[in-house]
Structure formats: structure tokens, C-alpha cells
Design a protein around this ligand. Sequence first.
Ligand code: B12
Length: 213
Amino acid sequence: MEEELLDAIFAAILDGDIPGAPGAVQAALDAGLSAEKVLNEGMIAAMNRVGELYECGDYYVAEMFTSAKTLQAALGVLRPHLQQSQVQSAGTVVIGTVKGDMHDIGKNLVTMMLEGAGFTVHDLGPDVHPSRFVSAVLEHQPEIVALSALLTTTMPAMKTTIDALVAAGVRAQVKIIVGGAPVNDEYARHISADGYAPDASQAVSLARALMVN
Ligand code: B12
């Protein structure tokens, strides 16, 4: 039963069934599956499969794009289940996908989970120029700046962004966290970021830990 419900979500995302995916997610939630299970074992698992199919040439960018749209549509159903309202803000975060990079699903999930944990999040979107991060830090005075990159070719833009924050004299007032599929702990240290997390729920633990340090 559980397997079938997860399979239906997986298939909807893989096939780019935009109208069908939200219903498949709702059916799984109605049957009592947790939002985390639906997200990780249904939706993200399907997206990983899409990446594999693209890599081996079975899918093109068009299919990858439709699957991404499908996942975004299904996330709408999941959003209220990943978030609990908190009265007091846990801290302020400025987040964005770095310059040249259009991938925003992972960033959107991190945003959703941080908001669910009570953080105030200013989402600058995808393809964010370093100077835009600087102006957002000056404007919103966040404790944390979160950078996302999904391409090996855009990872260096994380370093450029950190350099821009240094040059603007605001680096010391924020903690910088980084993430995205090609990023790891070692790269985070290499570019002098303050932390790395491999997924959205660990991004929340990391942000919380950095708020007390
Ligand atoms: C969907 C997708 C697209 C969509 C993006 C739509 C959108 N609105 O995001 C579209 C079709 C636009 C796209 C385009 C391209 N893509 Co693409 N794409 C993907 C795909 C299939 C899924 C990405 C995704 O959404 N994953 C699901 C989310 C939930 O996972 P995630 O992003 O990793 O995020 C999680 C963690 O990483 C972490 N995280 C993310 N950000 C952050 C930030 C912080 C601070 C923290 C702490 C954590 C964190 O938490 C998230 C939630 O758990 C991946 C394959 C893959 N498996 O990653 C390829 C992939 C990333 N794409 C790839 C490529 C090559 C491209 C293109 C260059 C293709 C082309 N020739 O045009 C273009 C680049 C466009 C550009 N300039 O950005 C390659 C990258 C190869 C590489 N190593 O550089 C991949 C790996 C596919 C592959 N296997 O070859 N793509």
C-alpha cells in the first residue's frame, strides 16, 4: 500500500504529470505517510532518477524541466505539512542560488524548512549576482547567508560571492552556509564558508547551531 502510493508519486514526477502529481501526494498524506517520507522517498528519489536518465541520454533538458515543474506543483501540497508556525523568529536568513545557476528546487526546499523552523527567510531566487547578496545583507541584516549551487561550473560563484561580502566589509557579521548536489564539506572549508549541509533538514540543524555560536 505504502509502496504503491510512493510509486505513484515517483511515476508522476518521472513522467512529468503536472496535473496528477499533487493528487498522488495528497493521497499518500491522506493514507498517513509522513511528509518527510513523501518528500525523500517519493519526490527527491524521482528527481535523482531524472538526473540519472539525463546523464545517460534518455532524458533531455525538456524532460528534466517538466519533471522539475511537476515536483514544484506537488510541493504546494506538501508545504503546509513541512511547516509549523512559530511566533518568535529563530533568526534571519538571506538565501539564493548563485550567479549563472537556474536550479532552485533544493533552495526552495531549504527555504521552506527554515521557515518551518521559525527563521525569517529572504529568498533572492536563482542566478543571484554577488552584489545582490551584498545589498541584501545590508538591507536585511541577516545572521546567516545561505548559498546554493547545483552545477560544478557555478560552484566557484560561491567563492566569488564570499569574496564580495569580504570586500563590502560585511563578511564578519554573517555566518555563511553552502549546499547543493556537487558541494561538500571539504569545498565549504576550502572557500571559508562556515558550514555545509547535504539536505534541507540538516540545513535547519546547521542554521540553529550557528545561531548559538
Ligand atoms: C531539475 C534539474 C534541472 C532543471 C532545474 C529547474 C529548477 N527550477 O530548479 C533545469 C531543466 C532548468 C536544469 C537545467 C540544467 N541542468 Co540540471 N538538473 C536537474 C536535476 C534533475 C534535479 C535537481 C533537483 O531539483 N534536485 C532535487 C533537489 C531537492 O535536490 P538538490 O537541489 O540537490 O537540493 C538538496 C540539497 O542539495 C540541499 N541544498 C540545496 N541547496 C542548498 C543550499 C544550502 C545553503 C544548504 C545547506 C543545502 C542545500 O538541500 C536540498 C534539499 O534536500 C539534477 C540532477 C540531480 N540529481 O541533482 C540536474 C543537474 C543538476 N543538471 C545538470 C545540468 C548539466 C544542467 C544544464 C547545464 C543542462 C543543459 N545542458 O542546459 C542546465 C543548466 C541551467 C543553469 N544555468 O542552471 C547536471 C549538473 C552536472 C554538474 N555536475 O555540473 C545534473 C547533475 C544532471 C546530471 N546528472 O547530469 N536542470
